[in-house]
Design a binder for this molecule. Structure first.
Ligand code: ADP
Length: 574
């Protein structure tokens, strides 16, 4: 993925501007809230000088009423701010998450080969969180804080310009320190998202591969890798903590210093008690937003870092953007032809070289050959998961690279070795490619794949929940569900990666039988491991080193006594 940087302009255009009305309301609310917040510091002077010192007690009720109203206004406005802005921010987060997930699913298979799924999860879930600070109270507080600070400075100058100067000096130093700190923190935040994604990714992998890890007694290794990851994360947080705490502490120190100076100066200028208190209060009201702004600054930095990473993902080209693949193929017959197809995953390392063959409507093409010879790659090309580097694949005579993926894949079915079943009922798992099928169609598929043979024994039948929190199925049972799913989907083209695992004879015969039903009348590509499937095939392609070494039916190839014969006789199974 290329490095992307989100510009302020872009964020303004896509995130802030469309919400201008809400943000404007938020700003008004902040101004009201901040104005009301200035009442208490202002009130200190009349309270001190008029009421406490001069004993003008008749002024007290009015002052108290005024104060109470101000406090009430503050409470109401801050409630409304949360209600309006924070809710909108959370809404935006959910919209963005959906958008990122949608884009992610449109990326080519090749993209996923090079990415950890856990890291992608973190992309979708965490990286967009940052916008909370842009649309939420963060940005509005930044504006509100600046306003309060400016108004407070006005008041301070009004009370005593010279003393104000004395306050502004340490605050400018603080400003410089803050700026410096942010330039240090920014890259740290950027890095953090990446580390989090890496660590999450590795953890997901560890959990998925727990059998292998335990099987090889490799827990220590995984523990070390994870420890290293979390330590990296810790070092990253530590770095930003040191900077932020330095900012906060220097802020506190400089404020303290200013207060000491003010105390001295107020003696020198002979301020009244009320003036002194009012001055101090306004000073706090000027400084508080500045300190707060430094916090908001770090939140905004985090938001931008997250958006940068999201943007990176969103800029990765999708597999079909509708510009090149313009042909919507209607109901197809399923005539597939490979013409001089070459393919490589990495430049300069060809995996398939000049593959030419045709798979006519309704035929079964069995791909056999040693592991790594290129069988899966051929199947991947036929499934439109990969695109030829040179040569063409045609579907009913039309160049596959021009066909809209939606229109092609809606007529494609795949049954893979370790087929994907998700947590849910057996019914949901079978229905998932065609959720609108009728009960009759479903039952037909269930029977054809002999799923009812085992679900009838379950108390809840097809409603039995499978997966982590449900019933554990055997390999053969899982395969039959996958086959039922494919039968129900009724595809024209079928990609089948036969499981290599040995099944008991009973399961084996059920599966053979259901595969026969499944393949009937469909153009099938099968990475074959079962002799029974291979014998049935209309053509066998023997693949070696990315080339078709032999081609023909079982009997022909046996009588030819070539590579296939070798594989067949010496290895007994292919
Ligand atoms: P088979 O299915 O016959 O075992 P494959 O088609 O899976 O063979 O692989 C053919 C060759 O391509 C192998 O050398 C393999 O290492 C390589 N290969 C497969 N997938 C990838 C990938 N995603 N990236 C890079 N190389 C790959």
């Amino acid at each position: 993925m290329s490095k992307s940087k989100v510009s302020l302009r872009e964020v303004f255009k896509t995130i802030i501007w469309p919400r201008k009305k809400l943000l404007f309301v938020g700003l008004i609310l902040i101004i009201i809230s901040r104005a009301a917040g200035l009442v208490p510091p202002w009130a200190t002077k009349p309270f001190m000088d008029d009421i406490l010192v001069n004993k003008e007690l008749d002024k007290l009720p009015l002052l108290l009423t005024f104060l109470t109203i101000a406090i009430l206004i503050q409470a109401v406005t801050s409630f409304l701010l949360t209600k309006i802005l924070s809710v909108e921010a959370q809404h935006l987060i959910s919209v963005l998450r959906s958008k990122v997930q949608k884009h992610l699913l449109r990326l080519p298979i090749r993209f996923f080969d090079n990415q950890k799924s856990g890291a992608l999860v973190s992309r979708v879930m965490n990286d967009v969180e940052g916008v909370r600070n842009l649309v939420g109270t963060g940005l509005v507080q930044l504006v509100g804080g600046t306003l309060t600070a400016i108004i407070s400075v006005g008041f301070l100058i009004y009370i005593n310009p010279l003393m104000t100067l004395f306050v502004l000096l340490p605050m400018s130093i603080f400003g410089v320190i803050t700026m410096k700190a942010f330039s240090i923190i920014r890259p740290v935040f950027r890095e953090r998202g990446k580390i989090t994604a890496d660590v999450t990714g590795r953890l997901t992998e560890t959990l998925n591969g727990v059998r292998v890890i335990k099987g090889f007694n490799a827990e220590q290794q995984e523990i070390k890798v994870f420890e290293k990851g979390v330590d990296q994360l810790f070092q990253n947080v530590k770095k930003s903590l040191t900077s932020t705490s330095f900012v906060t502490s220097s802020g506190t120190f400089l404020v303290g210093l200013a207060s000491v100076g003010i105390m001295g100066l107020s003696g020198y200028f002979n301020l009244s008690a009320g003036d002194f208190l009012q001055f101090t209060m306004f000073m706090v009201f000027m400084i508080a937003p500045i300190v707060q702004m430094s916090n908001i600054g770090s939140q905004l930095t985090e938001a931008f870092a997250g958006l940068d990473r999201t943007e990176e993902l969103m800029n990765t080209p999708v597999e079909d953007d509708g510009t090149v693949r313009t042909i919507k193929i209607g109901e197809m017959k399923g005539n597939i032809e490979f013409k001089n197809v070459s393919f490589s995953y990495e430049e300069g390392k060809p995996v398939l070289k000049n593959i030419t063959f045709s798979a006519p409507v309704g035929s079964v093409t069995a791909l056999v050959g040693t592991s790594g010879s290129g069988k899966t790659t051929i199947a991947g090309l036929a499934a439109s998961f990969l695109n030829p580097e040179s040569g063409t694949i045609t579907v009913d005579g039309i160049d596959m690279s021009k066909i809209s993926l939606d229109s092609y894949r809606s007529q494609l079915g795949v049954v893979l070795q370790d087929d994907f079943l998700f947590e849910g009922t057996i019914r949901e798992n079978i229905l998932f490619p065609r959720p609108n099928s009728t009960e009759q169609e479903l039952q037909k598929a269930v029977k054809a794949a002999f799923v009812n043979e085992f679900t009838d024994r379950f108390e809840k039948g097809l409603e039995t929940v499978i997966g982590e929190r449900g019933v554990k199925l055997s390999g053969g049972q899982r395969q039959r569900i996958a086959i039922a799913r494919a039968i129900l989907a009724n595809p024209r083209i079928l990609i089948l990666d036969e499981a290599t695992s040995n099944l008991d004879t009973e399961s084996e015969s059920y599966i053979q039988e259901s595969l026969r039903t499944l393949m009937q009348g469909r153009t099938t590509f099968v990475i074959a491991h079962r002799l029974s499937t291979i014998r049935q095939a209309n053509q066998i392609l023997v693949i070696e080193n990315g080339q078709i070494q032999e081609q023909g039916r079982h009997e022909d190839l046996i009588s030819r006594q070539g590579r296939y014969y070798q594989l067949y006789t010496y290895q007994a199974r292919i």
